[in-house]
Write a protein that binds this ligand. Structure first.
Ligand code: NAP
Length: 287
């Protein structure tokens, strides 16, 4: 099976490319640099040329500007990267029978603590990241075969800018104190666990919106404490902290996802916090 991964050098793209290559997929990766094909996907002609380059069975779009401030500072750029390419890909996929997977976000829920949100629950669009990601979902679903995946991913990637997990580990190694958000909830899953689940989901070809994440929702504080504990680091002067009292009002913070629909398609339970932490520790120790 031939698969095209847009954003193959990112946190999720790297994990998907290595995991799916080990299965029976022939993977082609795309980014602006250091990928199999280097293009800017905001340029329509370049994007279309890549799509037509081979007879891809599956196209996965992981490309996004994930930095909230960058999106808020330049909504036009956020739209060009997070939204518009999904419409070009959906149109191509619809006409060529490809299975299109648009990676979306969980950044849609606020004010209901650790509630697990279903795919059909009401959403709130609090910032340009959420607005442009949601627009990308709508565009993707213009192809009847498209799957939009809402998720929250964590892990390691080889790049200059640290991921959330790399930031935590750096702080633990250097004994640097952190603000531990006790009211910022996510259902984070490691990118490796996500990639293995996605492989099983791809074989079933569901369409529509699907949550794929940890089966549990936990605070950032609980995540960091569990990781520090498992890696045997002290949290030193790190303190419990409220995101709701910090003035960061344009952030969604109740990001729990209900994965029961995806679990019933996959046929098994998704990892809880302990299994996610164990996976991150294994990857840390193998680095
Ligand atoms: N990270 C999270 O916490 C998180 C949480 C929930 C959902 N998500 C979603 O998961 C997906 C993957 O996120 P991620 O953290 O893996 O992102 P990432 O690490 O920032 O990777 C983004 C990828 O897209 C490429 N890219 C960016 N702009 C491009 C452009 N104009 N043309 C071509 N390629 C471009 C990047 O490579 P170049 O820069 O070299 O082009 C990179 O390969 C996104 O859709 C995001 O919204 C992420």
């Amino acid at each position: 099976m031939k698969i095209l991964i847009l954003g193959s050098t990112g946190l999720l793209g790297q994990a998907l490319a290595s995991s799916l290559s080990l299965k029976n997929f022939q993977v082609t990766g795309v980014a602006r640099k250091n990928a199999d094909i280097n293009i800017d996907i905001t340029e329509d002609e370049s994007l279309l040329n890549v799509l037509k380059n081979d007879d891809y069975d599956v196209i996965i779009n992981t490309v996004a500007i994930v930095n909230l401030k960058t999106c808020n500072d330049d909504p036009g750029l956020a739209y060009k990267v997070n939204s518009r390419p999904a419409s070009i890909i959906a149109n191509y996929a619809k006409n060529n029978g490809a299975y299109f997977i648009q990676i979306s976000t969980d950044h849609y829920y606020s004010g209901d603590k650790d509630l697990l949100h279903k795919e059909t629950d009401n959403i709130k669009l609090l910032n340009e990241y959420a607005r442009t990601k949601y627009c990308g979902e709508v565009y993707a679903l213009t192809s009847p075969k498209a799957l939009v995946i809402r998720t929250n991913i964590v892990g390691f990637k080889n790049s200059e800018s640290p991921t959330f997990v790399e930031w935590i580990v750096n702080n633990l190694e250097n004994n640097t104190s952190m603000n531990l958000f006790n009211d910022y909830y996510t259902s984070s899953i490691s990118v490796k666990q996500f990639s293995n689940i996605l492989y099983d989901i791809i074989l079933k070809r569901p369409a529509g919106i699907l949550n794929i994440s940890s089966g549990e929702c936990f605070s950032k504080e609980a995540f960091i404490r569990a990781l520090a504990d498992k890696l045997d680091f002290s949290l030193g002067n790190s303190k419990s902290y409220s995101i709701l009292k910090s003035g960061l009002t344009d952030r969604a913070e109740s990001l729990g996802l209900d994965v029961s629909k995806a679990e019933s398609i996959a046929g098994y339970k998704f990892p809880g916090l302990d299994e996610v932490i164990q996976e991150i520790c294994n990857e840390y120790k193998n680095k």
